[in-house]
Write a protein that binds this ligand. Structure first.
Ligand code: PMV
Length: 360
């Protein structure tokens, strides 16, 4: 049996979406655990496709090809494999050949770590489950994929589910955990099924301050306790708005979270500012449009200068006309991405070899 395993090539491929947080994770505790709970939804058009092939040829631990070209990201993956070997001890027995591609342009300014680590975690979890005869695509499967993804990049743990999910302990559900995200399965008001996200590209360059440095600034932040309390209040209010279809409350909480995240950056020591003049211009225009038209549009912002304008399907024509007319001029080379709430990850191919003994 061991002889067969030795020459086998074991492969799994997944597509995993990116996600956008409405209540923001900012600040860590312990190893990759959040200081506060967060709530996000996955996108439909922004995703990563990854295939993982295990082999025992040569002595290179990880070969990582991004869009066909070998990339230095392999080093971060080696470190990630070390972390996850606590859960998947077989990772030390193989070398990895990983191919990855994003649906969105490399320089689009969309954080790809959530979709990349989500896709990688799904491949590894699928290999693990199929070998040990556990049911793939069961609740335990998604939970483990979420936990493994979290070890690569915190926000990635929310990318493995369709629609909305929550990561971090809250008073909302007992099943919420700091170790993995949980999906919000039922009860969401149908108005939110058609949530749209226009990603307005203000600056596609690399961020001046990485999220890991930003998270660390929360350790001694003067507003740490009030930020944690605020995130709990906001997640409760947002969840209620999602259940009741309260678009006004949704808009209020989402913008409060986006600006609070950036306020934390501006008031940390040392402080930093990721917003650009055009980010502020877009914010003002979105607010003015909402006031004048009565259409419930709002913005959210990740750790960067780009603006995610959220709106509802029923207002699509008016909002798209507004984007063309007033917003594109403030986007870098007029670039924006037309996205919406998504259906979650998809398997691209099942592991090629049957379960075998001795993998674990
Ligand atoms: O997952 P990280 O470590 O890249 O952190 C992401 C943090 C934010 O995008 C700003 C917020 C969030 O909850 O996704």
């Amino acid at each position: 049996m061991a002889g067969t395993v030795k020459h086998s090539h074991l492969k799994s491929s997944w597509r995993c979406p990116s996600n956008i947080a409405l209540v923001k994770y900012w600040g860590k505790r312990d190893f990759q655990k959040p200081m506060n709970p967060s709530l996000s939804f996955v996108l439909q058009n922004a995703y990563t496709e990854t295939s993982v092939e295990l082999h025992k040829d040569g002595d290179q631990k990880v070969e990582f090809y991004f869009e066909g070209v070998e990339s230095a990201f392999g080093e971060r993956i080696e470190q990630f494999l070390d972390y996850i070997s606590v859960r998947l001890n077989w990772v030390h027995k193989y070398n990895f050949r990983i191919h990855s591609r994003n649906s969105f342009p490399h320089s689009a300014g969309i954080a790809s770590s959530a979709s990349s680590f989500g896709a990688l975690a799904l491949c590894l979890t699928e290999l693990d489950f199929s070998w040990s005869g556990k049911p793939v695509e069961s609740p335990e499967f998604w939970q483990m994929a979420s936990e493994i993804a979290r070890m690569g990049s915190g926000s990635a743990c929310r990318s493995v589910y369709p629609g909305f999910s929550i990561w971090g302990k809250t008073q909302l559900f007992e099943s919420c955990s700091d170790d993995f995200a949980v999906p919000i399965l039922g009860g969401i008001n149908p108005v939110f099924y058609g949530l749209q996200d226009a990603i307005l590209m203000v600056d596609a360059g690399t961020k001046e301050v990485s999220s890991s440095v930003g998270h660390r600034m929360m350790d001694k932040h003067v507003y740490q306790h009030s930020r944690i309390a605020q995130a709990h209040e906001n997640i409760n209010a947002l969840y209620l708005a999602l259940l009741t279809g309260n678009q006004k409350k949704f808009v209020e909480v989402v913008e409060n979270e986006a600006l609070s995240l950036h306020a934390m950056m501006m008031t940390s020591n040392p402080s930093f500012i990721l917003l650009k003049p055009n980010s502020l211009e877009l914010i003002q225009r979105i607010r003015r449009f909402r006031e004048k038209s009565g259409i419930p549009v709002c913005f959210t912002i990740d750790a960067g200068p780009n603006i995610h304008m959220l709106y509802f399907q029923e207002n699509e024509l008016d909002v798209k006309a507004f984007i063309e007319r007033e917003l594109l001029v403030f986007c870098e080379n007029g670039k924006w991405i037309d996205d919406r709430i998504g259906k979650g990850p998809e398997v691209k191919s099942l592991p090629q070899h049957p379960p075998h003994e001795g993998a674990k």
